[in-house]
Design a protein around this ligand. Sequence first.
Ligand SMILES: Nc1nc2c(c(=O)[nH]1)N[C@H]1C(S)=C(S)[C@@H](COP(=O)(O)O)O[C@H]1N2
Ligand SMILES: [Mo]
Length: 523
Amino acid sequence: MTERRARWKFFTLSAMAGIVSGAVFLAAAELLALLVARGASPILAVGSFVIDIVPQPFKEFAIATFGEYDKIALLAGLGLAVVIASAIAGILQFVRPPLGVIALVIAGALSTAAIVTRAGVTPLAFLPPVVGTVAGSVVLILLCRRLRAWRSSSATVTATTDAAPGRNVDRRRFLVLAAISGASAVIVGISARAVSMATSSVEAVRGALRLPAPKSTVTVPAGAELDIPGLSPLFTPNKDFYRVDTALTVPTIDPDTWRLVIDGMVDRRIELSFADLLDMGLDEYAITLTCVSNEVGGELLGNAMWLGVPLRDILRMAGPQSGADMVLSKSVDGYTASTPLSALTDDGLDAILAVGMNGDPLPLEHGFPVRMVVPGLYGYVSATKWLTELKVTTFAKDEAYWTPRGYSAEAPIKFSSRVDTPKIGKPVAAGRIPLAGVAWAQSVGIQSVEVSIDDGDWLPATLSTPINSDTWVQWFMEWDATPGTHYVAVRAINKNGDLQIEERAPIAPNGSSGWQRSLISVT
Ligand SMILES: Nc1nc2c(c(=O)[nH]1)N[C@H]1C(S)=C(S)[C@@H](COP(=O)(O)O)O[C@H]1N2
Ligand SMILES: [Mo]
């Protein structure tokens, strides 16, 4: 073997040693996290840190490119970065010890910092990354030592000497250690993460939870739901409900240990348990939730029957002081939203703390055990999931998660309308077919919906009977569809008599606007 080829071989092997050590680092940390501090996983903590620091345009690019898979794409990217960094650490440790170990210790320190600075950390959260660093460093040192032994014994072997017992022993010692540590890292790491996810006992607690029957129920009027194929159902099933949040892994909160603190500019600091909340008695509320990221014609909204208690009753217990104009709601994962105090205390607005969604306890992804729901305001300024604190304060003093990231501190929903059927890109057969969709103007209500075909007159659609002004209504119109391509445009008028904004606006800083115009092909 030529000198150069030998050098490349040992380079590659040292990179491999580095990757094995990186895997041992992560696996040991995952195991410790499972045993002593759930949630203190270095890779997930770094991922969450990245989510919080990446600039807004980049986040929008990620969502536009990967959609629902944005978090998986982030983890895949991080995984690749870990592989490359570990390979470099391996080469460094091989050629310039102890540089590789120093690199690993720096990575360990950074991930420890990412873990212990996250919201809701437990006292032992530093242990997983520290133990991971030690385990990874030991394996890296041993592997590189054995690799060096292998190299020096093979350097003494000449082309004519066939028998090279020393070299074979050294080679085996390296390969055996690399194989055993690599395989155990993969097995231990993957099982620890899988066990941690499967035994999140909170899912079991939620499954066993029976919420008390509501004191008052919402009557869904006859004619509230139209029966048209392709039209969104009046209530969005929980499994189909859109999900938007910054949480890389879904927070798991045991309702038995959950507490809500109401503090800040209040006469009395209040602390409520889950049982306290249920004891107040639950009521049903039908409210349509909308995301500020919903584009014209988009699907980031859904309607649910929530079970909860009015926020005005909760805030009254604490007694907000004069001068306060905002409530900063905080989530266990550190997310915050700023909601005008008046939107939460107004007698005419059903702002609630929700514990139930469509007949079940809140799903974990939708904020279990307690979240906020406020009609008329976009989710990012009102619908805090995994809620832990309500701080009564002022817009001048406090800022929410999205405010420094390019979104308005206050954001009422811009009322809008959408075509559900026929869908763009799905040709329909000519004949008499229904055009149908939904329209929403939370807290005001929809007056009418109008449809224009091929830039013709605006004709009134038939509306379903609204449940209340906080929910969307369905609309439909019979259409004699002739072969060819047609433009179908839709717009709504709210109960104040305002016409939906025609001018297109992007989602940032306070929600999209514009009339949806869809191109339908008829065959
Ligand atoms: N803790 C937490 N709550 C949150 C968010 C978040 O990122 N973290 N996102 C908000 C946004 S932007 C929206 S639109 C709604 C979405 O609620 P859903 O996922 O239940 O549909 O939750 C809000 N509550
Ligand atoms: Mo949102």
